[in-house]
Design a binder for this molecule. Sequence first.
Ligand SMILES: Cc1cc2nc3c(=O)[nH]c(=O)nc-3n(C[C@H](O)[C@H](O)[C@H](O)COP(=O)(O)OP(=O)(O)OC[C@H]3O[C@@H](n4cnc5c(N)ncnc54)[C@H](O)[C@@H]3O)c2cc1C
Length: 430
Amino acid sequence: MPKELNYWLTTVQMPTPPAQPLPETTDVAVIGAGFTGLSAARSLAKRGAKVVVLESETTGWGASSRNGGMVLPGLKLGVNELISKYGRELTQRMYAASLDTINCVERIVNEENIACDFARTGHLEVACKQSHFDDYARQVEVISRDFHHEMKIVPRQDLRSEIGSDIYYGGMVSEVSVGLNPARYVAGLGAAVMRAGAQICEHTTLQSVHPESRNGSPGFRLQTSRGNFWARNVLVGTSGYTGAATRKLQMKIIPIGSFIITTEVLSEAVARELIPRNRQIYDSKNYIYYYRLTPDHRMLFGGRAAFFPETGQTVRKSAELLRRGMIEVFPQLRDTKVEHVWGGTLDFCFDIMPHAGQIDGVYFSVGYAGHGVAMASWQGRKMAEWIADGKTDNPFAEIKFPGAPLGLYNGKPWFLPFAGAYYKMLDWIS
Ligand SMILES: Cc1cc2nc3c(=O)[nH]c(=O)nc-3n(C[C@H](O)[C@H](O)[C@H](O)COP(=O)(O)OP(=O)(O)OC[C@H]3O[C@@H](n4cnc5c(N)ncnc54)[C@H](O)[C@@H]3O)c2cc1C
């Protein structure tokens, strides 16, 4: 049995913010010390705002230190579906934003000098069925014509130049994507936030937030596990870990588990055979597999082995399911030792779109659906601009934020087993 341990955390020393008392008042209270919260706090503090970040656990504890480190453009939904839902103009703005998310990560990494193995390796999406591959051709044409982003189709007979596997029907490459070490990135972001003058309060849980004016100025009273304070503005960036303190937001988010294994270090020759161009790779299923090489040449292989968020049980179950999945893709790894397994929770909204906005005056940004490394960093910056300037051009703030169909959701995802079965069935038939 592999160690139940996030491999990335063995490569980094996370920052340890000094334990300080909560202030009496602040300009902005940010909830959650992941990419969203830290990126926002960094931008706000650099503009001179007094910022306090509340984090229930420790800096980067959530999905931000646990993910695959794939910095990807695009949104979860295909471009043709986006155009039919939102029209061409708004989709163009959303797509341009999604490309800018990657540049945003690059700017942060460069400006803050974060050693996180940032590398523009590009990504490869591989088709599990002929029909999926046929759809790639339709998408690439629209993406080039309407969004000025060139992607390359890789037919089945050429796929060996991209991946040492014969199970796929072809692929689609974008050169703009990046691979990085997410734990080092979030650690660097945390250190940057503190350098910029913001306060990170670890082990401090927001329990409730209520509107309250102070000296004639509108704002909020925050009740936390370490006492109360007042903030002019509040931004919630709690993603898949959103809880009852922000109940209306919680009821619009489905927390979904995602799990990862990493192998022992592979030889240079094996690593090059499996992923010759060091791409970030994911497949076309709903029960997705995503995989890449780590900078020290381990195979990192992830997937939605269970739909439920991480527990000792789902993590252990995932280790074996993912090992089997990895061997289906790469039979060459049959005798390779799996050394680490871990899981985390990401957030899906009911329309599988990112959303930003305000509920009862409290700002939020959520719904990254597995594309959060880049999108959360970008949204954090955008939310900071919105709070500081009082206006925004964020296209994800313009779209309707739906709740559960028929309102049948109280924040506890009772339907996950059904959703899991439904998506497994879709993978069979579509
Ligand atoms: C296994 C896995 C693999 C993934 N792989 C990729 C990938 O390769 N590429 C990609 O783009 N995305 C990936 N993602 C998604 C990505 O990691 C997330 O979308 C992103 O990290 C979300 O960042 P965040 O800051 O919004 O939330 P998080 O990093 O989850 O942080 C939220 C924080 O809020 C805190 N919190 C919650 N409630 C409270 C409260 N009441 N008071 C105080 N603090 C609170 C939590 O403790 C947590 O630390 C993956 C996710 C997982 C789980």
